[in-house]
Design a protein around this ligand. Structure first.
Ligand code: NDP
Length: 493
């Protein structure tokens, strides 16, 4: 065990050691210990939620006028930018993504706070058409204590995506980051405090999801859970939420189809397919992991994608030129290897990859080569199940009807890509494919101003967009009487 100093967590605004077991966070590129901390305990969960409830009722955060809360959120955005390089380096160590990518995630987190600050101060309520002697209004109130449970793949961005709208709404937020990536949520909480978010409005409770996340979800004072993670965990949370009559948003897994028609701009499509599946080492809910290519261009196209995959720079996440870093843990890599073996046993051929890279720099980290399999059907397990790694299954198609049927034949429906120069065909496919997000002639582009979420087993609800704030608010209708006479019914008595 390393002798790094134990990091404090944030329990109801108090920075102190957690009451749970000591655990270590490892740098996936080398396996080195980069942080040690004590996880939160169940007593910490109680204290954090009670403190959040008190801060919600008494700190004045919920009562601040929207432009006042917005001013604090703008400061958070500024502080993220002022500390951008340090945050990006820390996130690189925490989850092993290449530095170019963690810099982009930090910039995205700052943009998210800025966007929700703007949304907060410009949020409008509605005066609805009156149908009687009263004025009718639709207004929104903050829910109170809400929870944000996040996965390990893009910590600072996923945490900002939940914290910023929840704070903008006036809520108190208990954050449960993934056990293996606790650092970014703690950093964000520090910056929020520095920007002027009152103590107790944010708590950060690292620890095991099955214990800490579960206790947070079940707690009666928690009025909403915004969850990003796997579908199995999401369904478990949905069951608890049903018992509590609690709204949830669930951003879950995916097995997204990318469709390349014979009239596509092939240079763009090759690049888009490579970026769609292999950026973030494929550890991305929206990874384009099922590739459908028109049979007439299939060989040429897949040869180009395979060449591109072989040339991707896999390695040191600290290097500016690295495109793919290691996978998150040794265990996750083993899971991916088992999937590739399964694909081969299902009749698949490995076109490229399928091994750990060899040589200097690869001996300690959890690296894996970009992998493409062919010869499989859309029904194979490896084509249907989410792998969450750099593994692409390529398949030819003959007709658009077959393509649409196969693209939609999945329990998931998170994202999809269409590559075609023909506007009408791309439009038809884009509308026919069932997915929360469809990219046409591009892939994996993101904007905080545009709602994001999945259909079917990919989730419930939407994050981002101006409407994102309303997730953390209850809607209230008000009738404001204008009648100078009493209500006639009472007069009749
Ligand atoms: P998990 O579902 O295992 O974990 C996500 C979070 O939930 C972690 O903080 C985890 O804690 C916590 N958790 C685990 N069990 C419970 C529980 N019983 N109650 C409450 N919280 C719990 O997912 P992964 O971390 O493995 O992340 C990968 C998954 O996330 C993939 O399926 C991916 O597709 C999905 N994802 C979806 C995105 C989207 O926007 N749709 C974006 C990114 C990822 P702990 O760390 O201790 O396990």
């Amino acid at each position: 065990m390393s002798n790094l100093e134990l990091l404090p967590i944030n329990v109801a605004g108090q920075w102190r050691l957690g009451g749970g077991d000591v655990y270590e966070s490892l740098y996936p590129a080398t396996g080195e210990v980069i942080a040690r901390l004590r996880a939160a305990s169940l007593a910490d969960v109680e204290e954090a939620i009670a403190g959040a409830d008190k801060a919600f009722r008494t700190s004045g955060w919920a009562q601040k006028l929207p432009h006042e809360r917005a001013a604090v959120l703008y400061r958070v955005a500024q502080l993220i930018r002022a500390n951008a390089e340090e945050l990006a380096q820390k996130q690189r160590l925490d989850n092993g993504k290449p530095i170019s990518e963690t810099r982009a995630l930090v910039a995205s987190a700052a943009g998210t706070f800025q966007f929700f600050a703007a949304a907060c101060e410009t949020l409008e309520e509605a005066i609805t058409p009156s149908r009687g002697p009263y004025v009718t209004l639709s207004v929104h109130e903050p829910m109170g204590v809400v929870a944000a449970i996040t996965p390990w793949n893009s910590p600072i961005a996923s945490e900002a995506q939940k914290l910023a709208p929840a704070l903008a709404a006036g809520c108190a937020v208990v954050v449960k980051p993934a056990e293996v990536t606790p650092l970014m949520a703690l950093e964000l909480a520090r910056l929020c405090e520095e920007a002027g978010v009152p103590k107790g409005i944010i708590s950060v409770l690292p620890g095991k999801g099955s214990v800490i996340g579960d206790a947070i979800t079940k707690h009666p004072l928690v009025k909403r859970v915004s969850f990003t993670g796997g579908t199995t965990t999401g369904k478990h949370i949905a069951h608890i939420a049903a018992d509590k009559m609690m709204p949830v948003s669930l951003e879950l897994g995916g097995k997204s189809p990318t469709m390349v028609l014979e009239d596509a701009d092939l240079d763009h499509a090759v690049n888009g397919v490579l970026y769609g599946i292999f950026s973030s080492s494929g550890e991305s809910c929206i990874a384009g992991s099922r590739l459908f290519v028109a049979r007439s261009i299939y060989d040429e196209f897949v040869t180009r994608v395979a060449e591109g995959a072989k040339n991707l720079r896999v390695g040191d996440p600290a290097s500016e030129s690295t495109q793919m870093g290691p996978l998150i843990t040794a265990r996750h890599r083993e899971g991916i290897e088992r999937y590739v073996d399964l694909g081969v046993s299902e009749g698949g051929r490995i076109r490229t990859g399928g091994v750990r890279p060899q040589g200097e720099g690869y001996d300690k980290g959890y690296f894996y080569t970009p992998t493409i399999l062919e010869g499989l059907t859309n029904e194979a397990r490896i084509t249907q199940e989410e792998i969450f790694g750099p593994v692409l299954v390529a398949m030819p198609f003959d007709t658009e009807e077959e393509l649409i049927a196969k693209a939609n034949d999945s329990i998931y429906a998170l994202a999809a890509g269409v590559w075609s120069r023909d506007f009408k065909r791309a439009w038809k496919l884009g509308r026919a494919v069932q997915a929360g997000t469809v990219w046409v002639n591009t892939y994996k582009q993101f904007s905080v101003s545009t709602p994001f979420g999945g259909w079917r087993d990919s989730g419930l609800g939407r994050e981002k967009g101006r409407e994102g704030i309303f997730q953390y608010m209850e809607q209230k209708s008000m009738y404001w009487g204008t009648n100078e006479q009493p209500i006639p019914w009472a007069n009749a008595l």
